[in-house]
Design a protein around this ligand. Sequence first.
Ligand code: NAD
Length: 334
Amino acid sequence: MTKLHTVTLIPGDGIGPEITRAVTRVLHAANAPLVWEEQAAGAAVLETEGSVLPQRVLDSIAKNGVALKGPITTPIGKGFRSVNVALRKALDLYACVRPAKTLPGVKSRYTGVDLVIVRENTEDLYAGLERKIDEDTAESIKRITRGASERIARYAFAYAVQNGRKKVTAVSKANICKFSDGLFLEAVRKVAQEYPQIAYEEVLVDNLCMQLVINPENYDVLVLPNLYGDIVSDLAAGLTGGLGVAPGANIGQKAAVFEAVHGSSPALAGQQKANPTALLLSACLMLRHLGETACAQKIEAALLQTLQEGETLTFDLGGHASTDEFAQAVIAHL
Ligand code: NAD
């Protein structure tokens, strides 16, 4: 009998529930050997449970080891802290892995982009060390540690070896943030020496942004502190067709949470307009993580065929199909 994997499913809010429903339909049609344990989180449960990230959500992910997650809104300025950041910290999901690859059939200004962002996911300006000094002054502490920097560097180089990649580029602003980014770079350099078979280079983040726009095909694996990784992820998504097609994973020693790069996109919510591709590709990363490679390949092939044919596309890719119609087209190609 096929082994079934129990996976925590967090539909999220905004466009989250629509794209999650579309993705679970495709996974079901592909006979993915999964059993869902659905867990609500975010603003919707704050009133009833007193927390945006109740302990039951963390317990479920810790028990199952794997989750598929829709996006969750974080209020800007006031309100609660990010559920997404809290989840990554609570489960020590230290490596945020985001492949950015041009897809056949998806219009983009570029061809041949095939890079992977490996973003440190637990510290930097996301450590939550912020304070208001007075009405007119506030400060945030950018915390970088040798331990977390070495750990993410090791992940990036090991990923490169395991996935047949040739080069790792360390990204920083060490010319200005001499202590914090300087420490990050020092840690990555040390780990680079352990991997002579992988080429290693360093680039400043501002220069990287320009280089990515001019010659994105020059990059392979990028390793970055948290904030630069966040920003460069959206830039990389823009190189390959937009946030609607950019997948991601948050990996720790004991658990992994798979989610799209994009957010909850409140302006699109409830309209059946959002593209479920990014979450579907994230689900394929999850299937591979679970060892269900054949199932992932089957879904990816159906997805690529749907994109390439170009008859049933969501608005962000120039089409008129709804979220569900797109999912149905992928199912028809399985
Ligand atoms: P966003 O990613 O939600 O949207 C940015 C742009 O991309 C918008 O124009 C949106 O319409 C488009 N877009 C995003 N996903 C799409 C999809 N699947 N199909 C088609 N178009 C898509 O970013 P934002 O507007 O800056 O953030 C909205 C909220 O999401 C914020 O509260 C933010 O904090 C949160 N957020 C959550 C996560 C997460 O849950 N991991 C990640 C990023 C942002």
